[in-house]
Design a protein around this ligand. Structure first.
Ligand code: GDD
Ligand code: MG
Length: 353
């Protein structure tokens, strides 16, 4: 049996994690100080999937320069570029030359521990043309809502329905197993979506489309609130990844070349990036992630926070429940609660989720 290839959707209009970044695609924003996509590579590699095609339309250079041929991450990467975003299914059509057997498609902003082998077993057992992974959420309106019958065959797929039309809480979790034949339904060189185009079309044609419901960890990290939750869940070991091993030294993960003043108090779980300096009397209460080359000045207090690289926290400043973007300074004595702070703006964090 040939090895499955995976296509990751990395382009499209919602590619940035605003207001945190204008120039970094969300697939490379730091999660526990590693680019998000590394977690997706590690997730796929666990299932022996090492041939990965990245579909790019926004800032392609940033991603290609960063990940190269993938060998540093134990995967083999190919890139397909779109001049204009071609939509989720259009982007996969663009990779058709690489796809000659059953393949996997992943939304580039999804984090999960779902068992792909189990999903593949259902796909094969039902002889499906398309199998859609399904996660249960409290509020389905922001997702594709997927209704199935008792054999898991999909009856209806409605993308982002008004509340009254959401007939179930099972939603499209953004991972599909597909047969290459589905691509004959996708027009070439056009903008076309799985969610509003291909899936409804396959259902209209009576093709075998199945849902694979699972109850494990699942999150779309595409908003600052969800991105924050992912960092915290990984530190608290509610979410698991092959990239996060054990619990560091008593839950304190620290790179080399970190200076911590003996009077600083650090409560796990905390991750501290390389080149950081933590000064006298500082208090850090996890879950906290601190990026590379950050400076935390005297008596600052940080709890429940994610700091990107090159952040300076002034003396006596206090941070609670917030994200601080890269290259940002927090003035001495400033108190920041429940916010996303960048070098140019401050926005509430909770409303971003
Ligand atoms: N290459 C490429 N080209 N990628 C695209 C394009 C495109 O034109 N449009 C979107 N994408 C990528 C995005 O970068 C992202 O990784 C993925 O497709 C999904 O797009 P989002 O913008 O994040 O969509 P969403 O989160 O609102 O909804 C989607 O995901 C939900 C699960 O998180 C839909 O698939 C929903 O049905 C689903 O429930
Ligand atoms: Mg998304």
């Amino acid at each position: 049996m040939p090895r499955l290839k995976a296509v990751i959707l990395v382009g499209g209009p919602g590619t940035r994690l605003q207001p945190l970044t204008d120039d970094t695609p969300k697939s490379v924003v730091p999660v526990l100080n590693k680019p998000f996509m590394e977690y997706t590579f590690a997730y796929l590699a666990q299932f022996g999937i090492e041939d990965i095609i990245l579909t790019l339309s926004y800032l392609p250079g940033v991603i290609q320069d960063y990940f190269g041929d993938g060998s540093r991450y134990g995967v083999r990467l190919k890139y397909c570029f779109e001049k204009e975003p071609m939509g989720t299914a259009g982007a996969v059509k663009n990779t058709e030359a690489y796809l000659d057997s059953t393949f996997i498609v992943l939304n580039g902003d999804v984090f999960t521990d779902m068992d792909l082998n189990d999903m593949l077993a259902l796909h094969r057992n039902r002889e499906a043309m398309a199998t859609i992974s399904l996660s249960w959420v409290d509020d389905p309106g922001a997702f594709g809502v997927v209704e199935t019958d008792e054999t898991q065959r999909v009856k209806q797929f409605i993308e982002k329905p008004p509340a009254a039309e959401a007939t179930t809480n099972w939603i499209n979790a953004g991972i599909y197993i597909l047969e290459p034949e589905v691509l004959k339904y996708v027009p070439a060189d056009s903008h076309y979506m799985f969610e509003r185009g291909l899936f409804p079309t396959l259902l209209d044609r009576g093709e075998f489309v199945y849902g694979y419901p699972f109850r494990g960890y699942w999150l779309d990290m595409g908003t600052p609130g969800q991105y924050f939750a992912l960092n915290r869940d990984l530190l608290l070991e509610k979410a698991r990844s092959p990239l996060v091993h054990g619990s560091g030294k008593d839950g304190i993960y620290s790179e080399s070349d970190v200076t911590i003043h003996p009077s600083a108090a650090i409560t796990a779980p905390v991750m501290i990036g390389g080149g950081c300096r933590i000064s006298r009397g500082v208090s850090i209460k996890g879950p906290v992630v601190i990026g590379n080359n950050c400076v935390i000045e005297d008596d600052a207090v940080i709890e429940d926070a994610v700091l990107w690289s090159n952040v300076r926290i002034g003396a006596h400043a206090g941070l609670s429940h917030c994200i601080v973007g890269g290259n940002t300074g927090i003035e001495p004595h400033r108190q920041v609660v429940n916010c996303v702070v960048t070098s140019s703006q401050t926005a509430p964090l909770s409303q971003q989720s």
